[in-house]
Design a protein around this ligand. Sequence first.
Ligand code: SF4
Length: 248
Amino acid sequence: MQIQPLEQPPKPRRRRKVRAQDVLDYLGADYGPAQWHVRYSPAEELVYTILSQHTSDLNSERAFTNLMSVFESLDAVADAPVEAIEEAIRRGGLAKQKAPRIKNVLGQIREEIGSFDLTFLADMPLDEAKAWLKRLNGIGPKTAAIILCFSLGMPAMPVDTHIFRVSKRLGLIGPKVNADKAHDLLEPMVAPQDVFAFHMYLIQHGRQVCKAQRPNCNECVLAWGCRERPKIEREAKRLRSKRPSKSK
Ligand code: SF4
């Protein structure tokens, strides 16, 4: 079956705040349907997420692939000396910090449930599944949400740096909200079946348009109601006026 792209809604006639539904409608029309597919098992996703901290997707994928090709199973990773794990993940960066974290959390899971099969989390209510994961060493709201959302298809909303920045600029969350709290605020803004798309659209927008340093407000389909846009444009104007004019 061919998935039809969504139609771009018209700009609101009156100025109003951007709502979560606008993110789904306007960005959905721009970026197309968000398609969920399982990437890794939940425990592998957990390891991958640790590897992805403070590095690019490419580096974390390389580090994860190398780790699994060296050890072949999570059991073998959990049994390996920290130095061997460190060596296997070196290309992902921060290997000295990440290797003991991986060994530690895998050991903790195996001790608790006797395996690395975390699929039982899918049968729990969302809050309980999150709480189960967040008890593990070094697992915060973002990692817990990534595992539940990406591996198990649960309606958990991971808030990464792009989502945090874009949702603040748009005014979906207040300027003083921290990243942990943002998870609790953003997730219930949309229906459970839309959480994954909401996550994907905000990330894509943060990467392509609402970039950290130079947001491209002229190209933004949500510019009509963005809270931060007037401030960003004033600042851009101020910087332009400071540039020395070219002599003829
Ligand atoms: S208008 Fe500018 S600051 Fe606001 S979301 Fe769009 S790109 Fe980001």
